[in-house]
Ligand binder design. Structure first.
Ligand SMILES: [Ca+2]
Ligand SMILES: [Ca+2]
Length: 580
């Protein structure tokens, strides 16, 4: 069955109000679809959907959201100037031999996972489909980088599992800021814990009427919609919604959901740091609040309305959490609710530790249990904010430190960077306290990055010198590419003897090249690997007109760290690539 049809079937099953009750979470829909219960039901005779569910993992992993191409307006406009279009045509025609085959791609973009439509013809035979690759038994050896994101400063990671990926929503510390001037949110996703897709800016404070500074966000899914709860500094909490977990998110209300006039919150010092939690019965909860030491009990919880953008409770319920400063978070394990938070700085030996309480009720009856994460010099002993999530049989703790700033030789406390470590439970359900890792790498890679499927160029393990632009609506691209910049991908599966890199680039003029470094490069791996091929960048018809560039490299099989290393003074953007 063609992948496109499988995706249509999958989307039909996952859409709200179709096959499932609206209250069933996406994760449960997927696990249910994969369950033997489904196979049993289907074997009685309706549709052979067990076939679909059996192929589930494959289609899902091959169906990263298609990156829309550049807007038709911008692409056409550039071409109509004449110079851009002309150079694209000559570039394509002249580059059939050697390393720089080029095919101009239409404004609709290339659907990920499918074979290239071969528009333009040169360099692409139209049969090198990436979606139909046979399953590989690739075993990765990689580890997540610390910090997890290195091209911008990120903080307050809220990790949540949607489908077969972890999404991490973060605050953003702008370069060089000397206060918490947080103006937008970013999101990252991964199915292997090491290569993280950058989804760009998912919402900006300037698009939220009631907010000027977006502090730590909280993310939840319900009924196939994705919600992001967001505070305006410490003065209120609102919500944004998206159809895709990678955004972009929009504010559906135009006002905050929780304000100082909300009953039960008037004595909360800081109305911020929302965490949301959707229980197994579909009921959503919103946790928030913080304040300095000796300022009373500041944590609150309220039940959310069924639409997730209203409040069901008429008054907030107080959670008594000793020395709570900020960073409420809720997760459930078995029948136990874990409310965790950052403590304040009253006890110098316990400053900004992540502590937790447990209860058999999500709103009341909490008992203090101890600490999950100590503070450390790698965080300059400063504030922290965390989240806890289970993924592929392991539990993970996300938090932030100041390692990126320190690695760069700085000591600005307003430049934070997110990190992840494995979290372990004791037999009695208590959490083993741990220290912040000072290592450059932390958790193990779960699976290889499939090089034959279209890989978004910004789905990376590390980088040197590049930046990322765009969002889920415009497409996300690598920009600010200079001589000697690089992007590192951990444990890419080259399958059996792949020999060609096909990359989507946009360049107003020819110039610069992309070197393919097998087994890593300086800055990415302890020992640099070797350059096995080079793509010369050709003009594509405009600085935002993406086209496929292909070039040959030394035949390679199995898992390898991969660097794309940029050489020369060319000016271009990179969207995605795959191996053939
Ligand atoms: Ca650069
Ligand atoms: Ca991209």
């Amino acid at each position: 069955m063609p992948l496109a049809q499988l995706r249509v079937l999958r989307d039909w099953f996952l859409r709200p109000n179709s096959f499932f009750p609206e209250t069933l979470s996406m994760t449960r829909r997927i696990s249910w679809l994969n369950s033997s219960r489904l196979s049993t039901r289907l074997s009685r005779g309706r549709v052979p959907l067990f076939y679909v569910s059996g192929l589930w993992a494959m289609t899902w992993s091959c169906s990263e959201p298609a990156t829309p191409g550049p807007g038709a307006g911008s692409g056409g406009e550039t071409s109509s100037t004449g110079t851009g279009g002309a150079s694209a045509q000559s570039g394509g025609a002249d580059s059939g031999s050697g390393s720089g085959g080029l095919a101009v791609v239409g404004s609709g973009g290339v659907a990920s996972g499918g074979s290239s439509p071969g528009v333009g013809g040169t360099g692409v035979d139209g049969t090198g489909g990436s979606g139909g690759a046979a399953p590989s038994n690739c075993t990765p050896q990689g580890k997540a980088r610390n910090p997890l994101v290195g091209h911008i400063f990120t903080a307050d990671p809220n990790a949540v599992v949607y489908g077969d990926k972890i999404y991490v929503y973060t605050s953003h510390d702008t370069d060089g800021q000397t206060n918490f001037d947080l103006i937008d949110y970013h999101a990252y996703s991964s199915d292997d814990m090491v290569n993280w897709q950058d989804h760009g800016v998912i919402i900006k404070a300037q698009d939220v009427q009631w907010a000027t500074n977006l502090y730590a966000p909280g993310a939840c899914e319900k009924g196939g919609k994705y919600y992001l709860y967001m505070p305006n500094s410490g003065s209120g909490v609102g919500v944004a919604v998206a159809d895709d977990p990678g955004g972009p998110f929009v504010d559906p209300l135009g006002v905050a959901l929780v304000t100082p006039s909300t009953p039960g919150v008037s004595d909360v010092d800081w109305l911020f740091d929302p965490a949301c939690f959707v229980d197994e019965d579909g009921q959503g909860y919103l946790y928030f609040g913080g304040g300095p030491q000796d300022s009373g009990d500041n944590a609150r919880v309220m039940r959310l309305g069924d639409d997730m953008i209203s409040l069901k409770d008429t008054s907030a319920t107080t959670i008594v959490a000793r020395e709570l400063f900020e960073a409420s978070f809720m997760h459930k394990r078995g029948d136990t609710y874990y409310f965790s938070y950052s403590s304040n700085f009253k006890d110098p030996s316990h400053s900004a530790y992540i502590d937790y309480l447990t209860s058999d009720n999500p709103m009341t009856g909490f008992v203090y249990k101890g600490s999950i994460l100590a503070n450390s010099n790698i965080n300059m002993g400063n504030n922290n904010h965390h989240s806890i999530v289970d993924f592929m049989g392991k539990s993970y703790l996300f938090y932030h430190n100041r390692k990126l700033e320190q690695d760069r030789g700085g000591n600005n406390e307003y430049q934070r960077s997110i990190a992840v470590q494995e979290l372990t439970y004791n037999a009695d359900g208590s959490i083993a306290q741990q220290n912040m890792s000072t290592d450059d790498t932390t958790v193990a890679q779960i699976k290889c990055l499939d090089g034959k499927a279209e890989v978004q160029a910004e789905r990376m393990a590390a980088q040197g010198g590049i930046e990322v632009e765009g969002n889920g609506a415009t497409g996300v691209h690598i920009v600010d590419i200079d001589d000697e910049d690089w992007i590192g991908y951990s444990q890419v599966d080259f399958h059996q003897g792949t020999t060609r890199l096909v990359a989507r680039v946009a360049a107003a003029a020819a110039g610069g090249s992309i070197e393919i470094w097998r087994d890593g490069c300086e800055g990415f791996t302890e020992q640099p690997g070797q350059s096995v091929g080079t793509c010369q960048v050709q003009a594509t018809g405009g600085a935002d007109t993406f086209a496929e560039l292909s070039c040959d490299f030394e035949a390679t099989s199995g898992p390898h760290d991969l660097c794309l290393k940029f050489v020369g003074d060319g000016s271009f953007k990179l969207d995605s690539f795959h191996l053939e």
